[in-house]
Design a protein around this ligand. Sequence first.
Ligand code: FAD
Length: 284
Amino acid sequence: MISRPFEYFTPKTLGEALAIMKRFGDEAKLLAGGQSLVPMMNLGLVAPRYIIDINKVRGLSGIRETSRALIIGAIVRHHEIASSETVRRIIPMLSEAASHIGDMHVRHRGTIGGSVCHADPAADYLPVLQVADAVFEVRDTRRKRLVKAREFFKDAFTTALKDGEVLTTVQIPKRNGWSSAYEKLEFVAGGFAVASAAVMVKLNERSEIENLMVGIGGVERRPVFLDLTPGFAGRSVGRDVAEEVEASVTSRVRDPISDIQADGEYRKAMAGVLARRAFQRCLG
Ligand code: FAD
């Protein structure tokens, strides 16, 4: 039950939304899909006096493609991402991650912008967006800036967003010749990740590794990004390489979370296993 009254705004433009945010400062909260904010309000963890619903703001929706990037509006739902042919063609691991989020209800309400700004360490998108080298466009009343996903997540539920800023788009560079895959371990259907791995690989014409990037979610307080290219470039792909990917990832998880779902050592081991599986699927 939401126990504290709040004032509710439905701006139609970004300028309006930003002006309301500026006026009320940290007493205001943006509402996108409400799949994290509303449960937190129900539990009494946050009690904003002003809610700014951005679902009607023009320019925050839609998935589009330019010659250089895939551009996803902040209020695009997980379901739209999971079912978009464009997303699947350009960055298959992103559609896989979206299709793993919660249940059908959550996927039809929750948004990519909300998930990124909430920064739950177990959120499916975070390792994927780091591996894909996504960039977030954020705006306040005065300016716009671009923040790399690899620099955005500062701690659990803590991002580089400053007061009064709204995330407007997620921009993913297009890359030729890469393959990608996402693997997730969840204990109940539709549950949050106990561990997850996103992998992107590029091979040369001799089937040797040219680039190898791995992202791990659900294991540390923020997503772990690993550029494994220096250790693996030039290697021919085979079973032994997949096992080395697993060992390399496991050894580079520094500070795994232990909680009621799983202890840290288990999460660390699973990070490696999931990275190996995703790596093998990339090759397949
Ligand atoms: P909201 O709840 O509306 O907002 C979340 C926070 O982000 C708020 O602080 C809000 O002010 C801020 N915010 C929202 N949009 C913006 C913006 N554009 N700019 C700046 N700040 C913004 N997630 C997973 O990844 N995997 C799962 O398996 C999973 N399972 C779930 C199961 C259940 C039952 C539920 C309820 C949720 C689950 N989620 C899961 C979380 C879900 O993905 C949420 O949709 C997501 O975390 C938040 O997105 P939202 O659009 O609902 O944001």
